[in-house]
Design a protein around this ligand. Structure first.
Ligand code: FAD
Ligand code: DLZ
Length: 516
């Protein structure tokens, strides 16, 4: 056979299933296409990282003797969408089938399946860059009344032997989350991320992206994402040597000034294939075994990758396409306009959006408890919020974005992803961050002038969704407090929240925004 192997922008590894055992005459294609850059208005740094990494990867494949076709965005014969471009190339090279590894988004997977009437057969291969396949997840989930990360994770620990001492978890416990809830102390020194050199390929891509996608939300200045495996390995080394020991302790902290804290920043490179999840987990485990990093940090890190990352992917592939239609809390409001402009007086929200604009990055707690929580409390629809998250983060692909946004943040899947919504008031932000001292609102005030809007929004949210949420055993305590509140106070809260919501500027999409 003479296949055309289509390698997607988030499949950049020599270890890809479709690159194994290639027959002579196989053509490997990488295609830059406008459609992938614009189906949501991706952050320019995300696009630049992908295109620069694709170009470097193509060069590496060429040097290794593969026969490569590279469709550049500016090529005049490029048809600018992945499936038709691959079909065009297959015809051009006289190929008899198109092979590709399962893409990371259902829309493409579905469209490829639907090409069974095409002149050329498409062959989809399983993506074995993960610890588990969707079939493994389906087998695990089968017959369970409820799905919980913790049990899935323990099974993965047993299966891989990571942090296991015989058949027991290292240190005697599966989970050290309890030790991982420290806020940031004043004057905490955080190591700077590595700066990578930008060769001619990267510079050309930065110019190309500025030209074609410069009107998208987000800056290109200060771009320093890795675009080769070698650069990604530098970032991994930096994390292991300088950040991992403190990763656990400050995992839930939020800082007004430090965008990255002790997070790894490895998700973009990992999701694109420049790093593998196994090598990350093994590198972290080694630090524990050799006494250089504490167990709470190493276990916390491994749980995110071996646990959460695999779990959300399993959920995505076993629940789509219905999953995307979930809206258990009936949220139907457009996105607040400040998600694109940063124009809000809530300091925590403003900083999370500014950091997102500047870095195509926000850490997990900002995504969950700042931009996520605010959207939950303001009834933002899953679709509007999902499109935003998919656009703005360098690591965003739907298989991982959607369960986090729709499941974890909005509780729109009715509890598949998390047993309760992570709703929080200003008190939480005040405890975990140093934002409030820079904010005009007072996190201790619930109503009246200067009260933190998150407080009234929080109680208003609980009240509005009492029918759905009050029976949840994990919400009993908080609904108990709500029940004890005097009607007069509840009325004042309702009034405060409703006035805030009514005056909150909303938008539909980036390009409808005044700045877009
Ligand atoms: P670290 O804090 O260093 O964590 C290490 C690794 O663990 C990450 O690189 C990531 O691979 C994995 N991980 C951690 N938490 C999760 C999680 N909840 N789900 C899956 N993997 C996880 N992650 C993405 O990779 N792409 C997304 O599009 C994405 N969207 C998100 C949207 C929302 C609303 C939320 C709450 C979380 C989202 N996450 C997403 C998960 C997580 O926030 C990011 O993986 C993380 O912030 C990336 O930064 P990091 O590499 O510094 O992570
Ligand atoms: C995100 C993205 C962008 C911006 N551009 C391209 C591209 O030009 N060519 C390509 O192959 N992939 C790109 N990607 C990544 C794809 O969107 C990704 O492979 C699918 O969403 C499946 O995960």
């Amino acid at each position: 056979s003479r296949p055309l192997v289509l390698v997607l922008g988030d499949q950049l590894t020599l270890d890809l299933a479709s690159l194994r055992d290639l027959p002579d005459g196989a053509v490997v294609a990488l295609c830059e296409v406008a459609a992938e850059g614009t189906y949501v208005p991706h952050h320019p740094q995300k696009i630049a990282m992908i295109l620069a990494a694709m170009r470097h990867f193509a060069q590496e494949l060429r040097e290794r003797g593969y026969r490569i076709h590279y469709s550049a965005l500016d090529d005049t014969d490029n048809v600018q969408a992945l499936i038709p471009e691959a079909e065009r190339l297959a015809t051009l090279y006289g190929c008899d089938e198109i092979r590709t590894v399962r893409p990371g988004e259902w829309r493409l997977w579905h469209d490829i399946q639907a090409r069974d009437m095409a002149t050329l057969p498409w062959r989809l291969l399983e993506d074995d860059r993960f610890f588990t396949t969707p079939d493994d997840f389906a087998a695990w989930a089968k017959g369970r009344k409820s799905l919980r990360l913790e049990y899935f994770y323990r099974e993965r620990r047993r299966g891989t032997g990571l942090l296991m001492e015989d058949d027991k978890p290292a240190g005697g416990k599966w989970n050290y989350d309890h030790d991982n809830r420290k806020p940031v102390p004043a004057n905490l020194a955080v190591p700077e991320p590595p700066r990578h050199g930008q060769d001619a390929i990267t510079q050309a891509v930065l110019a190309l992206v500025a030209e074609h996608f410069g009107d998208h939300f987000g800056t290109l200045e200060g771009f320093h994402w890795p675009v080769t495996r070698r650069q990604a390995l530098v970032d991994l080394r930096h994390f292991i040597d300088h950040l991992l020991p403190d990763f656990g302790r400050y995992q839930d902290a939020i800082s007004d000034s430090e965008p990255f804290l002790f997070h790894s920043r490895l998700a973009p490179a990992l999701n694109m294939g420049l790093l593998s999840p196994r090598e990350l987990c093994e590198a972290a485990e080694r630090e524990y075994l050799e006494g250089r990093a504490p167990l709470n940090a190493v276990e916390g890190f491994i749980r995110q990758i071996l646990g959460w990352r695999e779990y959300v992917r399993g959920l995505y592939w076993t629940q789509m396409p219905d999953y995307k239609r979930g809206n258990a809390l009936g949220a139907n409001q457009p996105l607040p306009a400040c998600y694109w402009s940063g124009d809000t007086e809530l300091r925590c929200l403003r900083r999370a959006i500014e950091m997102t604009r500047d870095n195509a990055y926000a850490h997990h707690i900002q995504r969950l408890m700042v931009t996520g929580n605010f959207a939950l409390l303001c009834d933002v629809s899953p679709e509007a919020l999902g499109d935003w998250y998919l656009a703005v983060y360098a690591d965003a692909y739907e298989w991982v974005e959607l369960p986090n946004v729709l499941g974890m943040v909005l509780h729109a899947d009715g509890g598949l992803m998390g047993s309760k919504p992570y709703c929080a008031s200003g008190k939480y932000i005040d405890r975990m961050s140093d934002h409030c001292r820079h904010c005009r609102f007072d996190p201790k005030k619930v109503t009246g002038e200067g009260a933190c809007p998150l407080n009234s929004l929080y109680w208003h949210f609980l009240e509005r969704h009492a029918e759905t949420l009050s029976a949840n055993p994990r919400m009993k305590l908080i609904y108990g407090s709500l029940a004890k509140m005097k009607e007069e106070k509840r009325e004042a809260i309702r009034d405060q929240a409703e006035r805030f919501l009514a005056s909150l500027p909303r938008t539909t999409a980036w390009h409808d925004n005044s700045q877009g």
